[in-house]
Write a protein that binds this ligand. Structure first.
Ligand code: C2E
Ligand code: CA
Ligand code: CA
Length: 557
C-alpha cells in the first residue's frame, strides 16, 4: 500500500470517527434532554389533575358540612329551597339531594322523578362520613362524581359534581396528541379518561404511589392524592417525546455529515497535496532514472586482481550535477522511496555490467540495502526478479546490510538472509563495529562477508591504537569463516598493514573512487588484459625494492 493511500485511509477513518462521535453524543444528549423535559411536563399534568380534583372535592365537602351543620339536610321544602339556592350560587354542581341507606334518592334538586334506581352505593356499617362515588354517565371522558355526607340517621346528603369541573387540558401540546390521562378513584372506575394513546390494559391499572415506570415505548408518570383515594396516571409514547427533538436531531445529523465531508476533504487534501516541491522533484527524479549506480572496484591487495565492485548510488540531476548519497539517502529511506530507487538501480546495474560479469564469473557485485529492506521479503522478490533473468549469476550478487541502523526483527532478518544464501546470494555486514549489532549480528545473522569501515582503516599505519581494533575484527572474521573486505583504503601503508593481517580484499580511493559503468568496465578490462595492475603499480611506486624505502615512506605518508 502506498504511503499516500495509507495516509488517505487513515484520514477517512479519523474523519468518520470525528463525525460519528459527535452524532452519537448529540443523539444521546438530545434523547436525555427530551426525556427529562417530557417527564417534568408529565409531572406538571399529574399535579394539575390532582390539585383540581382535591379542590373540587374540598369545596363539595365544605358545602355538605355547611348544609348538614345547619340542618339543611332533609327533603323538606325549606331544605330543598336552600339546595336550589346553593345550585344557583355554585355552577360546579348538577344536583343536590338526599339518599337513603340503600342509595336510593329520596329527593333531588333540581326536581326529577325518582325512578327507583340507586344513585349512591349501599351504605356499609363502617362507611366513612364522607364518601366519593361516580355516576355512570360519561361526558367527553369525564364522569360525574358524587360526594356524600353521612347523616346521623344513615341518610346521606349528596352533591353531584358537574363533569366540566374536571375539564382540563391534556398537558404539553407536543405530548397531548399522543398521550393518555387517567384519574382513578381507588376501587372504582375512572373519573377522568383522556387522550388517544392506546395502552395495554395492565398499564391503566393504578400504579404504586409516586412511582415512575419506564416501558420501552412509553413514558409514564403517576401521582396519588395526599387527601383522597385518588390517583392520576399520565402515559405518553416515546415517539411523542422524541418528536420534541426530531428537528434538532436532523440539524445535528446534517452538521455531523458536513463535518465528516469537510474532514474527509481535509484528509484527501493532506494525503494527495503535493507534499512539497522537493518531494515532487524527488519523485520525478526517481521516475526519470536520475538515481544511477556508480561502481567502486574491490581489489585483491596481493595480486592486484579485480574481485568485484560495490555499487554506490548517485543522483545525476538534469543539469548534469552529481549528488552523493549523503545528501539524499536519509530522506530516501525515511520516505520509503528507497525501495523503488533500489529496484530501479538494480535494473540499471543488470543492464550496464551484465556482459562484464558474465565473462568474469568470479567477479562479485555488492548492492547496498538498509534496515527497512529486512522488514519483509519483498527485497528477495526484487533481487530475484532483476538478477534471475540477467546474465549476472545470483552467486555473483552480494547484499550489504549496514550495522549503523538497528534491524527491527532479527528473526525475520535471519530468515531472509538464509533465503538469500539458499540461492547462493551472499550477504555482507557493512560498517562493522560502528553501529548497533556488533558481535550479536555476526553471530545471529550468519553473514558471509564482513566489511571493515573506513573509520578503522584511517588510523592504520599511524600511532593511533584504534588500529588494533582492525586486528580484532579480522581475527573474528577469520574465526567465523567470513570473507573480509577493507573499505576506505587511501594509502599504501594501509595496504601493507592489511596484507600483514592477511586481509586480501580492499576498496578505496588508493585504487579508484566510485566510477560510472563505462569507466568501471574499462578498468576491469585493463586489469584483465594486463594493461594495468593496481597493486603492482603501487608496489613499484612505493616499495620498488623493499619496505622502508624512502620513496615508499614518503608516498605512504
Ligand atoms: P558505504 O556503503 O559504507 O559505502 C562506502 C562509502 O565510502 C562510499 O560513499 C564510498 O564512496 C566511500 N569511500 C570508499 N572508499 C573511500 C576512500 O578511500 N576514501 C573516502 N573518503 N571515501 C571512500 P558514498 O558513495 O558517498 O556512499 C555513502 C553511503 O551511502 C554508503 O556507505 C551507503 O551507506 C549509502 N549508500 C550508497 N549507495 C547506496 C544504495 O544504493 N543504497 C543504500 N541503501 N545506501 C547506499
Ligand atoms: Ca556498503
Ligand atoms: Ca561501509
Amino acid at each position: 500500500m502506498s504511503h499516500r493511500y495509507a495516509l488517505f485511509l487513515k484520514a477517512v477513518c479519523v474523519a468518520l470517527i470525528m463525525a460519528l462521535g459527535p452524532l452519537v453524543t448529540a443523539n444521546v444528549v438530545l434523547n436525555n434532554f427530551a426525556e427529562h423535559r417530557a417527564r417534568s411536563d408529565l409531572q406538571a399534568t399529574t399535579q394539575q389533575y390532582i390539585s383540581r380534583a382535591e379542590t373540587v372535592l374540598n369545596d363539595a365537602v365544605a358545602l355538605l358540612r355547611h348544609l348538614a351543620n345547619r340542618g339543611i339536610s332533609s327533603c323538606a321544602m325549606d331544605s330543598r329551597r336552600q339546595f336550589g339556592k346553593m345550585l344557583v350560587a355554585n355552577g360546579k354542581y348538577v344536583q343536590i339531594g338526599v339518599a337513603d341507606a340503600q342509595g336510593f334518592p329520596m329527593c333531588l334538586v333540581p326536581e326529577r322523578p325518582l325512578i327507583g334506581v340507586p344513585i349512591l352505593p349501599k351504605l356499609e356499617t363502617v362507611s366513612p362520613r364522607i364518601a366519593i362515588s361516580l355516576a355512570p354517565q360519561i361526558d367527553q371522558g369525564v364522569r360525574s362524581a358524587l360526594v356524600s355526607w353521612r347523616l346521623s340517621d344513615d341518610r346521606r346528603l349528596f352533591v353531584q359534581l358537574s363533569p366540566a369541573v374536571m375539564e382540563l387540558g391534556a398537558g404539553a401540546h407536543y405530548l397531548a396528541k399522543d398521550s393518555r390521562i387517567e384519574l382513578a378513584l381507588s376501587g372504582q372506575e375512572l373519573w377522568v379518561e383522556k387522550g388517544r394513546l392506546q395502552i395495554s390494559k395492565g398499564a391503566s391499572v393504578p400504579l404504586p404511589s409516586q412511582s415512575t415506570r419506564n416501558m420501552s415505548d412509553t413514558l409514564i408518570e403517576q401521582l396519588d392524592s395526599g387527601f383522597y383515594p385518588l390517583s392520576v396516571t399520565v402515559t405518553t409514547s416515546r415517539n411523542a417525546v422524541n418528536a420534541l427533538v426530531a428537528e434538532l436531531k436532523v440539524v445535528a445529523a446534517i452538521a455531523c455529515a458536513i463535518g465528516a465531508i469537510v474532514m474527509v476533504g481535509i484528509g484527501i487534501w493532506f494525503a494527495w497535496r503535493p507534499a512539497s516541491e522537493a518531494e515532487d522533484e524527488f519523485v520525478k527524479a526517481i521516475k526519470n532514472d536520475e538515481f544511477i549506480p556508480y561502481y567502486q572496484p574491490v581489489i585483491d591487495i596481493f595480486s592486484g586482481e579485480l574481485k568485484g565492485c560495490e555499487v554506490l548510488m548517485r543522483w545525476r540531476q538534469a543539469d548534469g550535477s552529481m549528488v552523493p548519497p549523503g545528501q539524499f539517502m536519509t530522506y530516501a529511506e525515511a520516505s520509503g522511496h528507497i525501495f523503488e530507487m533500489t529496484r530501479r538501480m538494480m535494473r540499471l546495474v543488470a543492464s550496464e555490467v551484465a556482459d562484464l560479469y558474465s565473462s568474469n564469473p568470479d567477479l562479485k557485485l555488492s548492492i547496498n540495502l538498509f534496515a527497512g529492506h529486512f522488514k519483509d521479503d519483498k527485497i528477495l522478490k526484487d533481487v530475484l526478479e532483476v538478477f534471475e533473468p540477467s546474465k549476472i549469476e545470483l552467486s555473483q550478487v552480494v547484499l550489504e546490510v549496514t550495522e549503523r541502523q538497528p534491524l527491527e526483527d532479527i528473526d525475520l532478518a535471519r530468515k531472509l538472509i538464509a533465503s538469500f544464501q539458499a540461492r547462493n546470494i551472499r550477504v555482507a555486514l557493512d560498517d562493522v563495529g560502528t553501529g548497533h549489532g556488533g558481535l550479536a549480528y555476526l553471530q545471529k545473522l550468519g553473514m558471509d562477508i564482513l566489511k571493515i569501515d573506513k573509520m578503522f582503516i584511517d588510523p592504520m599505519g599511524s600511532d593511533d591504537n584504534t588500529a588494533g581494533i582492525v586486528d580484532i575484527i579480522v581475527e573474528l572474521g577469520d574465526n567465523l569463516g567470513m570473507g573480509i573486505i577493507a573499505e576506505g583504503v587511501e594509502n599504501y601503508n594501509q595496504i601493507l598493514y592489511l596484507r600483514n593481517l592477511g586481509v586480501t580484499s580492499a576498496q578505496g580511493y588508493v585504487f579508484s573512487r566510485p566510477i560510472p559503468a563505462s569507466e568501471f568496465i574499462q578498468y576491469a578490462r585493463d586489469i584483465e588484459t594486463g594493461i594495468m595492475n593496481p597493486i603492482k603499480h603501487l608496489d613499484e611506486k612505493y616499495a620498488p625494492e623493499s619496505a622502508g624505502n624512502k620513496d615508499a615512506e614518503q608516498g605512504a605518508a
